[in-house]
Design a protein around this ligand. Structure first.
Ligand SMILES: C[S@@+](CC[C@H](N)C(=O)[O-])C[C@H]1O[C@@H](n2cnc3c(N)ncnc32)[C@H](O)[C@@H]1O
Length: 486
């Protein structure tokens, strides 16, 4: 019979979950099997965490959240649900941290409760989305509407002198000549707007329609190219109707105008602080015991390259090829191009007089037996020349070394009794499951956090299409972890 665990989701709301016990066959004497056994009682299926609740999908029509399609974002409903699960849910004051803030879903929902929130974000696209929230708080909605109306009289055939879309190699041919000319005319219009916040919002509207007006679509790991781009393609692809730039930007601005009328009266700028940069260098400098809650979703260990997916937007923001390379390296390691950051992080801790903290992090990383088992198997496969990419073991090693640092720092900056909630996916390389949920939870335990629950989403992820044929489809867990500082 299935064992059930009763959990109070909110004061009035209790749910009974089936406890997932590993099937006998999967419990082996291997380090991963032992790790699974250690945390089996904490692995709990949570039927309320549907894909729809967890993903950005529904936010495409939600005021403010629709301003930028950031499919890595979680839904505001998920954040509300997770905050409600905590015993501080009704507190008047709390301070929340999201070290991978993205477009700021954690921050906006915390500030809606009048809590304080601190976000750290490195990718300029996310940073600009956060700035758009600040600008939205300050701008006069009526005056903004009037400025937007002036676009009706704009001569879209008159470009901004000397402006060309600052293309990167991978964005060449992404737009038609007409689209680039209209964008140029729009930027000329922006030059005449004196109010900084208004000008920024108008600029951000342009950034947010780039994909729509381009010959590309953000598709999984890559930009997929429409055959109309003239690029030589493996297989023909038509993304459907492509809006003219002047139509797309006016439609987006109409949403801005509508949403600005329902803004929350400046809560965001009053309650939220944004740190621009890498959390790997920002977290060690934050004071101890500052936050009541951490709610976050780091990049997954899945080779996903933000700089590739957001190449159009980054080019528009002025990043050149070198900037992109540097940015990719500074982001949490999740691609096969990433090099170890160990030396520079070690130096940073030494500079802060906290070398002993980095040693503890390295110790936890080196002693995590399940991780070392996976790394050993991947390195052996590399030696046999069996890996699809020889850098996969480095990717996994770098990812976990950096995440060990993040977990230890979160434990340090959290107040006693505070919670970390983290959303992440398990992955598989060369047929070897990497139990990201268990490894990170074990780091949390080493850092002094109690692993209360690892909520498993009703349906996990399948294999990547690349690995499907070879290894067959086996579900990988997608989880929300709940850790508490004792
Ligand atoms: C899964 S997304 C989080 C999205 C966010 N929850 C939201 O609702 O928009 C992970 C984010 O981590 C950011 N990131 C990656 N490496 C980082 C680093 N070293 N420091 C800070 N942010 C980083 C990425 O740019 C991305 O926005």
């Amino acid at each position: 019979m299935t064992e059930l665990l009763e959990v109070a989701v909110t004061e009035r709301h209790r749910v009974r979950y089936p406890i997932l016990r590993p099937a006998k066959a999967t419990v082996s004497s291997s380090a991963r099997g032992q790790l699974h056994e250690r945390y089996a009682s904490r692995l709990v299926a949570n039927p309320l965490l549907t894909r729809k609740l967890v993903s950005f999908q529904a936010s495409k029509v939600t005021p403010f959240y629709r301003w930028l399609k950031y499919k890595e974002a979680f839904s505001p409903e998920l954040v509300d649900y997770l905050f409600d699960c905590l015993d501080i849910a009704r507190n008047e004051s709390a301070h929340v941290l999201d070290p991978f803030a993205g477009t700021g879903t954690t921050l906006t929902r915390a500030s809606a409760r009048r809590w304080k929130a601190t976000g750290i974000e490195l990718l300029p696209v996310g940073v600009h989305a956060l700035h758009a929230r600040f600008a939205a708080d300050r701008v006069d909605p009526v005056a903004f509407k009037r400025v937007v109306e002036r676009l009706n009289a704009l001569d879209w055939d008159k470009p901004k002198a000397g402006w060309h879309f600052p293309h990167l190699r991978i964005t060449q041919d992404a737009f038609s000549a007409t689209t680039e000319a209209q964008m140029s005319a729009y930027l000329r219009f922006l030059d005449g707007i004196a109010d900084v916040d208004m000008r920024f919002l108008l600029w951000f509207a342009c950034l947010s329609v780039l994909e729509e007006v381009s010959f590309t679509r953000k598709d999984g790991q890559y930009l997929r190219w429409d055959s109309r781009s003239g690029r030589t393609l493996g297989r023909p692809f038509n993304k459907g109707a492509i809006l003219a730039f002047n139509e797309a930007v006016r439609q987006r601005l109409a949403e801005f105008v509508e949403d600005l009328q329902t803004r929350n009266g400046g809560n965001f700028s009053r309650n939220v602080e944004v740190i621009e940069g890498s959390c790997l260098t920002a977290l060690p400098k934050l004071p101890e015991s500052k936050f009541d809650v951490v709610l976050t979703s780091p990049p997954y260990c899945n080779r996903y390259d933000y700089t590739r997916t957001y190449a159009l937007e980054l080019a528009f923001c002025g990043s050149n090829e070198n900037d992109i390379r540097r940015l990719r390296q500074t982001l949490l390691s999740a691609t096969v191009e990433n090099k170890s950051k160990r030396a520079e992080l070690c130096a940073l801790y030494a500079q802060l007089g906290a070398g002993y903290r980095y040693s503890a992090i390295e110790g936890a990383y080196e002693q995590q037996a399940a991780l070392q088992e996976v790394l050993g198997l991947l390195i052996a496969a590399r030696e046999r020349d069996e890996l699809s990419n020889p850098n996969v073991p480095d990717l996994v090693a770098n990812y976990f070394m950096e995440m060990a640092q993040v977990v230890f720092e979160l434990a340090r900056v959290l107040k006693s009794g505070g919670h970390v909630i983290m959303v992440n996916d398990n992955v598989r390389y060369h047929g070897e499951e990497v139990p990201v949920d268990l490894i990170l939870s074990d780091f949390a335990a080493s850092a002094g956090l109690a692993v209360e629950k690892i909520w498993v989403l009703p349906r996990g992820k399948g294999n990547s299409s690349q690995q499907m044929g070879r290894w067959g489809r086996q579900e990988l867990r997608k989880c929300v972890y709940l850790w508490k500082k004792l």
